[in-house]
Design a protein around this ligand. Structure first.
Ligand code: NAD
Length: 378
């Protein structure tokens, strides 16, 4: 029997399953044996910074469909500490140079890229070429062109792609989506969303370094505001105009400090967003024909909190958003269930980010958008 690379195998498997599903009418990936769909998928985290260590690794401890199988780090001392703490075998530990050899490691099903933004595209593409499913942290990349390159690499390799949008697996987000979709308080009229925090400390940190971040508050926190404006209306904007503000230009030398943007949605629905590296802001407000709903706090790791105009509290038992997010993606791979944060959602948000930066450059000009239903997952 001729040898087949994992990459070719993944591609053929995806195509084969799609074909079988089309012929039989069964949902995609139902052809996977029960044994395979019961298996926990192995995730390798690339970059062991604060998000990996504080949120993702702890989230994986309790996950049902995936587990922390491997790590990719440039720091040998971190490698030994993580191996001990999470019982990771030596053969599942990589550095940035030998990372591509992960292709031959069957213990790793998913590579999760948790590096500074400008490194996402390179490592997601290398992961796809190694035949691994990919989770790319937000923002997906530093340009639409890079998002395209990641999507193309994943399609070419026949692997699944998701963006690290934890809010898309969060019950509070889903409750807002339900209120919008079911028109519980009538049609949505206006949405407003704020996401920001006060950046202090080392002005040389990568988030304030354009070459590594691709932008400031908008790239870091603004994508949350963009996301919640969209799920708070259930629609993509048809135009955007934006303004930039700075009160600490000595600190924010290289990247944007605060941005406001106005979005126009179909049917004249209005959206407003604010994002900042110099103001604490964490709220979503949806105004409907016959009432309103608010999440405050809205974008942090939880517990979140919310309320509606008729005095109801929006409240759910707290669970790790990261655990829910990674479990959802693992389930998507195993069973063909919904991918709640596909690559095209990350690309759509980057199209909006680029339009916002363009509007600012052109003095607040309204930039038309032609997104259709791109990246809307219901
Ligand atoms: P961090 O600075 O804590 O960690 C970055 C990691 O990248 C470190 O392990 C560092 O050693 C490594 N690295 C490799 N090359 C580097 C370089 N040239 N410069 C700096 N670091 C380098 O950052 P973080 O907070 O863990 O963020 C990583 C990614 O995760 C970012 O894309 C960020 O937007 C995203 N993130 C997402 C969430 C979320 O809620 N989804 C939260 C935090 C961070």
């Amino acid at each position: 029997m001729s040898k087949i690379s994992r990459r070719t195998f993944n591609k053929k498997l995806t195509q084969g399953m799609a074909g079988t599903a089309l012929l039989s009418g069964m949902p995609l990936a139902c052809g996977m044996g029960a044994e395979q769909s019961d298996k926990k998928l192995g995730i390798a985290l690339v970059g062991l910074g604060s998000y990996s260590s504080g949120q993702l690794a702890p989230g994986l401890v309790d996950a049902e469909h995936c587990y922390l199988a491997g790590i990719v780090t440039g720091t040998p001392s971190k490698a030994s500490q993580w191996m001990k703490q999470y019982n990771i075998p030596k053969e599942n530990v990589y550095n940035y140079e030998n990372f591509d050899t992960i292709a031959t490691n069957d213990a790793i099903d998913i590579v999760y890229v948790v590096l500074p933004n400008s490194m996402h595209a390179e490592f997601c593409i290398r992961a796809a070429k190694a035949g691994k499913h990919v989770i790319c942290e937000k923002p997906m990349a530093v340009s639409v062109a890079e998002c395209d390159a990641i999507i193309e690499a994943c399609e070419e390799a026949g692997v699944k792609l998701s963006v690290g949008y934890r809010m898309q697996s969060d019950p509070y987000t889903n409750e807002i989506k339900r209120l919008v979709k079911d028109k519980v308080y009538g049609s949505i009229q206006y949405v407003s969303s704020d996401a920001g925090y006060i950046s202090r400390g080392n002005p040389g940190q990568w988030r304030l370094n354009y070459a590594l971040s691709g932008g400031g508050a908008l790239m870091n926190m603004g994508v949350y505001s963009i996301q919640s404006n969209i799920y708070g209306t259930g629609m993509n904007p048809i135009s955007v105009s934006a303004q930039e503000f700075s009160t600490r230009p000595d600190y924010f030398k290289d990247t944007d400090e605060s941005i406001t943007a106005q979005m126009e949605f179909p049917n004249g629905v209005v959206g407003h967003m604010f994002t900042s590296h110099n103001a604490n802001a964490n709220r979503l407000f949806c105004s409907f024909e016959r009432g309103w709903a608010e999440l405050n706090p809205c974008h942090n790791y939880g517990p979140l909190n919310g309320r509606t105009s008729d005095g109801k509290e929006i409240s759910f038992p707290h669970k790790s958003q990261q655990m829910l997010q990674m479990d959802d993606f693992a389930k998507h791979i195993k069973t063909g269930s919904t991918n709640f944060a596909p690559g095209e959602m990350g690309k759509r948000d980057m199209i909006i980010v680029e339009a916002i930066y363009r509007s600012i450059k052109e003095g607040g000009k309204t930039i038309p958008l032609d997104l259709g239903t791109m990246g809307i997952v219901s």
